[in-house]
Ligand binder design. Structure first.
Ligand SMILES: Nc1ncnc2c1ncn2[C@@H]1O[C@H](COP(=O)(O)OP(=O)(O)O)[C@@H](O)[C@H]1O
Ligand SMILES: O=P(O)(O)OC[C@H]1O[C@](O)(COP(=O)(O)O)[C@@H](O)[C@@H]1O
Length: 706
C-alpha cells in the first residue's frame, strides 16, 4: 500500500533519552529503508520548533517541513514504540511515534488511520506495549471506511477492462493524478479494483490506498452514459503514462526489486498555485480590491463617519476603477511580476507620471490599503453544511394560524460562511471552503465574488438546504427551521481534506463552523483539527451535538481546537447536565479549558459572553440595542474574537471587540457587519467583568433563546 508499514519499519521497546533522540531514531529507520535522505532528520527536528507534532493519547507524528520535501525519496512511514514514553509536548509523553516521510498528501491517509486509533484507547494501550510487531502493522493497515469494499462484495461495473500495471514505482501520486484528471472529464462513475480493494478513479487518495505495485492486476470499470468512452480514455492515459514512468525508473531497475526505486524530487504540489501565475495573481488582486471597495463603501455609508472622511472614502473608491492604474497593473501581472510588487509599482508609476491623477495622497493611501490586503494570510472558514437563510419578519408569530409576513430576505448563510463574511467586512483576507450543492451554487458563488472571498468550496450532488428563520418582532425572538442537508460521499470528504491540507500551509486561522451534513462522520472535525495542527495552524470550532462531543473528547492534545464557542445549550449538551446559573456555566467551561482548549467562549444571548482562559474568566455585557435578527450573532462573535486577536488585542480588549461585533450584527439581516466606526462605538459601551471566584453569589443567567 502507498503508506503501509512493514515489520522492518517498526521498532519495539525503544527507550530514547529525549524527543530529539526519538526523532533521530525514527528518521534513521526511514533513511535505512531508503525513504529519505538522512538530512530529512534535521528537517523533522526543525518542524518541532515551528509546530508540535504531538497528536494526543501518547501519539506523535514527527515529519519534515514542506520546503525539504525533495529530501523524501519515497513516501513511507516508520514507527517507534516507546513503552515508558518520552516527553514530547509540555507534560505529554509520546509512546507511539509515527515518523512520516511524504512527498505529497499521502500522509492524510496515515492521519486518518491514526485519528481512528485515537478513538480506541484500549487498542492504543495495547500498541504501546505489545511485543508483536504484526499487531502494530495491522493497526496502521486498517483502511478507512471509504476504501472498504461495498456491502454485498466487491463488484465491478458492467463496462470494464483488465490491465497489468507496468509502472516501476507502482501507482504513486504522479501517475494517479493523471488518472484522476482523465476520469474527471467523464460523467460515468469509474472504479479501479485491485484484488478485494476498490478505489474511485476520480480520487487520488482513494487510488493511492489501493497500494498497487509493479505487476498488479487491476480491473477498471465504469457505469454511466459515457462509460465506454471513459474506459477507453482511462486505459489510454494509463498506457501513455507508462512511458514516463519507465523513463523515470533508475538504471538497473528490476521488476522484482523489493524496495521501490527512488523518485526524482517532487516539483512542488500541483494544488499550490504560484502567485506569479498571471491568472492566480489577477484573481488575488481582484478579491483584495473587492474587499477594500466594500470597506470604503460601508465606512462612507456609516452615520458615525463625518463629512470630510466620507469625501476621502469616496475619492479613494474612485481609484479602484481608475483605468490607467488598472492597465498598468495588468501589464505587470502579464509579464509575470509578483502581484504585490506589480500593484505597488503600478501605483508608484501612476502617482509619478499620470498628471491626470487627481489626488496623489489618496492614491498612495489606497495603494497601501490594497497592498496590506494582498499580503494578509487568509483565515480559512469551513462550512460543511451551508444554507440559504430565508429570514421572514413577522409582527408576532402565531402557531397554527395564518401569519402575514412584514418582510422576507434570502441570504447565503451557514455558520462558516457567516464568519467569513464578517471577517471580510472587518477587513481581513478570507478563504471559504466546505461543501456546496451544485444545483443551487450560483447564489453562493455570486456572494463570494461580491465580498472578495476566495472560493474553495467542494461541489456535491444536489441542492444546499434552505433554512427558515422566523423573526417575531414583538417578542424579540427568532425561531429556526433548519432543513435536512445534502448527502456528502467519501470522495467529497477527501477532496475537502486535501483542500484544507493545502490551505493550511498559508492560513492565519482555520474556523470549523456548524453542523455536519448527512454522510460526514461525527469525528470529521476532530480529524481536520489534527490535520491542521500538524501544520501548526490554530483552529476555532463552533458546532453542536454529536460533532461537538466527538471533537472535544480526550485530554490536552493536538486534536483539540485552540478556541471553542458553544452557546449555553450546546455546553449543556456537552456536559450532559443543565447549567442554570452563571457559576455552573463557568465551571463547565473551565472543565473544557483544563482539558487543553486555550480559549473557551460561551455565548449567552442578551447576557453577552464568557471568555474562559487559563489566567482569567471574563464576562462581557453588551449594551441594549435594537434587534433586527439574532441569526448569525454567534458567528459574528467568533469572527470578532479572531479578528481582534489578529489585530493584536487580547483579554478584555479581545472580548469587548468580539461582543461589539455580535451586538452590531443584530442590526443587520444576512451575513454582514456594520462599519468599523459603528463597531468601535458599541465596543465603548460593552462592560467587562472579571469573575475571580465562580460561586453561587454570581447573578444567575437565564436560558438563551435560539
Ligand atoms: N438579544 C440580544 N441582545 C444583545 N446581544 C445579543 C442578543 N442575542 C445575541 N447577542 C450577542 O450575540 C452573541 C451570540 O449570540 P447567541 O445567541 O448567544 O449565540 P448563538 O447564535 O451561537 O446561539 C452573544 O454572545 C451576544 O453578545
Ligand atoms: O450549522 P447549523 O448548526 O446547522 O446552523 C446553520 C444555521 O446557523 C446560522 O449560521 C446562524 O448561526 P448563529 O445564529 O448560531 O450564529 C444560519 O446562517 C444557518 O441557517
Amino acid at each position: 500500500m502507498a503508506l503501509l508499514l512493514t515489520p522492518a519499519l517498526a521498532r519495539l521497546n525503544a527507550s530514547p533519552a529525549d524527543k530529539k533522540a526519538a526523532i533521530a531514531e525514527v528518521a534513521a529507520l526511514l533513511a535505512e529503508a531508503g525513504f529519505i535522505d538522512p538530512a530529512y532528520g534535521d528537517s523533522m527536528l526543525a518542524r518541532e520548533d515551528q509546530a508540535n507534532t504531538y497528536l494526543s493519547h501518547g501519539v506523535a507524528i514527527p515529519h519534515g517541513i514542506p520546503k525539504d520535501r525533495h529530501l523524501v525519496k519515497q513516501t513511507g512511514i516508520a514507527v517507534l514504540q516507546v513503552p515508558a514514553g518520552v516527553m514530547w509536548m509540555g507534560e505529554e509523553k509520546a509512546r507511539f511515534i509515527v515518523g512520516i516521510a511524504a512527498q505529497n498528501d499521502e500522509h492524510i491517509a496515515v492521519l486518518r488511520r491514526l485519528t481512528r486509533l485515537l478513538g480506541d484507547e484500549a487498542r492504543l494501550e495495547r500498541l504501546f506495549v505489545t511485543g508483536d510487531v504484526n499487531e502494530i502493522v495491522a493497526a496502521l493497515a486498517d483502511e478507512a471506511p471509504a476504501a472498504a469494499a461495498p456491502a454485498g462484495g466487491v463488484a465491478d461495473f458492467s463496462v470494464k477492462a483488465e490491465i497489468v500495471l507496468d509502472y516501476p514505482s507502482g501507482l504513486h501520486a504522479r501517475p494517479a493524478s493523471g488518472w484522476v484528471g482523465t476520469a474527471k472529464r467523464f460523467n460515468a462513475q469509474l472504479r479501479v479494483r485491485h484484488g478485494d480493494e476498490i478505489a474511485n478513479a476520480k480520487s487520488m487518495v482513494s487510488l493511492l490506498q489501493l497500494g498497487a505495485e509493479y505487476g498488479a492486476r487491476l480491473t477498471v470499470s465504469a457505469e454511466g452514459d459515457d462509460a465506454s468512452d471513459a474506459i477507453a480514455a482511462l486505459c489510454a492515459t494509463i498506457a501513455e503514462l507508462s512511458h514516463a514512468e519507465k523513463a523515470n525508473a533508475p538504471a538497473g531497475f528490476k521488476p522484482a526489486a523489493s524496495t521501490a526505486p527512488a523518485r526524482p524530487p517532487a516539483a512542488g504540489r500541483a494544488t499550490e498555485p504560484s502567485p506569479d501565475d498571471p491568472l492566480v495573481a489577477g484573481k488575488a488582486l481582484e478579491l483584495a480590491l473587492r474587499r477594500v471597495e466594500r470597506h470604503l463603501t460601508r465606512e462612507a455609508a456609516s452615520e458615525m463617519t463625518d463629512a470630510a472622511t466620507r469625501e476621502v472614502m469616496v475619492r479613494r473608491q474612485a481609484y479602484l476603477g481608475y483605468l490607467p492604474l488598472l492597465r498598468r497593473v495588468s501589464a505587470r501581472l502579464l509579464s509575470g511580476q509578483h502581484v504585490v510588487d506589480a500593484w505597488r509599482d503600478a501605483v508608484g508609476e501612476t502617482a509619478r507620471d499620470d498628471v491626470l491623477a487627481p489626488e496623489q495622497g489618496d492614491l498612495q493611501a489606497l495603494g497601501e490599503q490594497v497592498s496590506l490586503a494582498l499580503k494578509q494570510k487568509p483565515v480559512v472558514t469551513v462550512t460543511c453544511n451551508p444554507a440559504i437563510d430565508l429570514t421572514v419578519a413577522l409582527p408576532s408569530l402565531r402557531a397554527g394560524e395564518v401569519n402575514l409576513a412584514a418582510d422576507a430576505a434570502r441570504n447565503a448563510g451557514g455558520k462558516g460562511i457567516n464568519v467569513a463574511a464578517c471577517l471580510a467586512d472587518y477587513g481581513l483576507a478570507v478563504t471559504v471552503t466546505g461543501f456546496l450543492g451544485r444545483d443551487n451554487a450560483a447564489v453562493f458563488e455570486r456572494f463570494f465574488d461580491d465580498r472578495g472571498l476566495d472560493n474553495r468550496m467542494v461541489g456535491v450532488d444536489g441542492e444546499t438546504r434552505i433554512n427558515i428563520k422566523l423573526v417575531d418582532e414583538q417578542r424579540r425572538q427568532t425561531t429556526d427551521l433548519n432543513l435536512p442537508s445534502f448527502t456528502v460521499d467519501a470522495d467529497a470528504q477527501q477532496a475537502l481534506e486535501r483542500e484544507l491540507d493545502t490551505l493550511a500551509g498559508n492560513a492565519a486561522w482555520v474556523v470549523l463552523s456548524g453542523s455536519l451534513p448527512i454522510g460526514v462522520p461525527a469525528g470529521f472535525y476532530r480529524f481536520i483539527t489534527a490535520l491542521m495542527h500538524a501544520q501548526g495552524v490554530k483552529v476555532a470550532l463552533d458546532t453542536s451535538g454529536e460533532a461537538l462531543r466527538a471533537s472535544l473528547s480526550g485530554t490536552a492534545s493536538a486534536a483539540l481546537p485552540h478556541l471553542v464557542k458553544p452557546n449555553r445549550r450546546e455546553l449543556e449538551q456537552w456536559a450532559g447536565r443543565a447549567l442554570p446559573t452563571l457559576a455552573d456555566v463557568v465551571a463547565a467551561a473551565q472543565e473544557l479549558q483544563q482539558r487543553g482548549i486555550a480559549q473557551v467562549v460561551v455565548s449567552l444571548g442578551e447576557e453577552g459572553a464568557l471568555l474562559v482562559e487559563a489566567d482569567a474568566v471574563r464576562q462581557a455585557l453588551p449594551p441594549a440595542l435594537a434587534l433586527g435578527s439574532t441569526v448569525g450573532a454567534g458567528d459574528a462573535l467568533v469572527a470578532g474574537l479572531i479578528a481582534a486577536q489578529l489585530e493584536g488585542r487580547y483579554g478584555d480588549d479581545a472580548l469587548r471587540r468580539a461582543v461589539a461585533c455580535a451586538s452590531a450584527k443584530l442590526a443587520v439581516v444576512g451575513p454582514a457587519l456594520p462599519a468599523q466606526s459603528d463597531i468601535d462605538a458599541i465596543a465603548a459601551r460593552v462592560e467587562i467583568r472579571r469573575i475571580e471566584q465562580p460561586s453561587s453569589h454570581v447573578a444567575p443567567a437565564h436560558a438563551t433563546e435560539e
